[in-house]
Write a protein of this length. Structure first.
Ligand code: NDP
Length: 497
């Protein structure tokens, strides 16, 4: 069976790249299968997409926000009706097991509902004036063409997190999805179009980062860039966009700590750690990659984690039995295996895993064992750098203060967690941890769309997605003063006694 060819989606039409170049995406669980053929776009293709988005902006921004929201709400229902098919597409393109792929789709549905209903709120602030016969309020306005650059690890959820708030505000969009998982973006946009989104309001450009992403960042008619990806690429995007004073939102890497105090429920911790370290094969920005455990309970806890990690069923995500899928591509597999070697050179002990899996059908995919390093010191690179694979580093500590200090002593600050039944310890950690998200008695993954999402330090540049903050990067505030006194009233002068 020949693979589907996905063309760029520009102005409501499917259009091949002008240079006629394409690239294939293969299933990471079985590289014999081509899951799709995509356009390898360049600056000219990006320009065509931006022009289509710019042309669509006046009409779309003029649609009343509740009506824009209605389209998102209808799209939510359409996505829901196709959840199983879209989950399979997602598993085939990036590898996560079907049950996790379903979660990715559900997140997009939730965001479509949340952002759709925002069309009926979009609250501004109205305050009393300090002068008589004067009224004042603030309103949100759309900005224009928004450029979205997304990674492959949550291919539908992250696209939805960015696109849907941008749309409900009245912006138009050009999205460049990660080259390893573009199908889910097409699926999301297909639903929006069927729900009534006019042509040109969302445009999809596929291709590689430097060839297709960078021209979007640099395009003068794209005043807003929302980017999720690695810190290295995010820094470059920020620098390039700064030259044109663009508004940029960056969601970047993490090195997320999970702290365990001696009074924690050890079985609960084991379950949480295994889920958060090895779910999505460790390829979540919020994955638990450091277990910072009080020495008193380290032995029994780590033994249980290792036993469970060894029993995880690794395989093709389409198989209902699979608990952990492959790495996303060969480069990522090599990178993670490089960290396994490095960890051993640095003096850490390989508690379990560490190897590539090649038995039977696994030989055709990018599979590796869930891995636990023990005896890790906070100064080691495996304790400081984002590995983005199924690798957990165990660091032992003697106190809560030491645990929080170790947790904070990295460049990143996305998500952090503590397991304890001591309310005082929980509050001290909650306030002391340098991260955008904190969990108490739950692992570092599991964010919901109703609260702000994002991190501090090298994880971002201060913006938050989702929650009540989701509109901030996609809208401009306008403050409006209406003086109906019929006379000149000078603020801060005429009203001062
Ligand atoms: P990358 O930074 O490699 O890529 C992210 C996106 O940027 C992709 O679409 C990529 O295209 C594109 N890109 C690459 N180079 C450029 C460039 N020069 N100009 C413009 N765009 C470019 O990250 P990954 O896709 O590998 O994703 C994994 C990383 O993302 C991890 O570090 C992870 O922590 C982070 N991440 C952060 C999240 C958060 O919310 N904080 C959530 C999810 C992931 P292409 O795919 O073609 O290379």
């Amino acid at each position: 069976m020949s693979a589907t060819v996905y063309k760029n989606f520009i102005g409501g039409e499917s259009i091949a790249s002008r240079a006629g170049k394409t690239f294939e995406r293969r299933n990471p669980a079985d590289t014999r299968e081509v899951v799709g053929v995509f356009q390898e776009s360049d600056a000219e293709d990006v320009d065509a997409a931006v022009r289509a988005a710019k042309a669509a902006f006046p009409a779309w921004s003029g649609v009343p926000a509740p009506q824009r929201g209605e389209i998102l709400l209808r799209a939510a229902e359409i996505i829901q009706s196709r959840k199983d098919r879209y989950s399979r597409d997602l598993t085939r393109e990036m590898g996560k097991p079907l049950f996790e792929a379903g979660g990715d789709i559900v997140e997009a549905i939730g965001m479509a509902q949340y952002a759709g209903s925002e069309g009926r709120r979009m609250h501004g602030v109205t305050t009393p004036s300090e002068l008589p016969n004067k009224f004042q309020m603030s309103i949100r306005q759309p900005i224009g063409v928004v450029g979205l650059i997304t990674p492959w690890n949550f291919p539908m959820a992250i696209a939805a997190w960015k696109m849907l708030p941008a749309l409900v505000c009245g912006n138009t969009v050009v999205i460049k999805p990660g080259e390893d998982a573009a199908i889910s973006t097409y699926n999301l946009v297909e639903c929006l179009v069927e729900a009534g989104l006019p042509p040109g309001v969302v445009n999809i450009i596929t291709g590689h980062g430097p060839g297709a992403g960078q021209p979007l960042v640099e395009h003068p008619d794209v005043p807003v860039i929302s980017f999720t990806g690695s810190t290295a690429t995010g820094r470059l995007v920020y620098e390039l966009a700064a030259r044109q004073l663009k508004r940029v939102s960056l969601e970047l890497g993490g090195k997320n700590p999970l702290i365990v105090m001696p009074d924690a429920d050890i079985d609960l911790v084991m379950q949480g750690v295994v889920w958060a370290a090895f779910g999505t094969t460790g390829q979540r920005c919020t994955a638990t990659s450091r277990l910072i455990v009080h020495r008193e309970v380290a032995g029994p806890l780590v033994a249980r984690i290792i036993a469970r990690a060894r029993s995880l069923r690794v395989g093709n995500g389409l198989d209902a039995e699979t608990e952990m899928g492959p790495l996303v591509n060969a480069t990522q597999l090599e990178r993670v295996l490089g960290y396994i070697e490095l960890g051993q050179q640095e003096g850490a002990t390989l508690g379990c895993g560490g190897g590539r899996l090649r038995d039977g059908d696994l030989a055709h995919g990018h599979f590796m064992q869930p891995t636990v390093f023990t005896g890790v010191r906070p100064t080691m690179r495996i304790a400081r750098e984002e590995i983005f694979g199924p690798v957990l580093s165990v660091i032992e500590v003697d106190s809560l203060d030491e645990a929080v200090a170790v947790a904070n002593d990295v460049a990143y600050g996305l998500s952090a967690s503590i397991y304890t039944r001591d309310i005082n310890a929980a509050f001290r950690a909650m306030l002391g941890l340098q991260s955008g998200i904190v969990y108490i008695n739950a692992p570092t993954i599991g964010a919901e769309i109703h609260l702000p999402f994002g991190g501090v330090k090298a994880t971002g540049n201060g913006h938050r997605e989702a929650g009540p903050t989701m509109l901030d990067v996609f809208s401009e505030w306008k403050s409006v003063y209406i003086d109906y006194s019929g006379s000149l009233q000078r603020a801060q002068i005429d009203n001062i006694a």
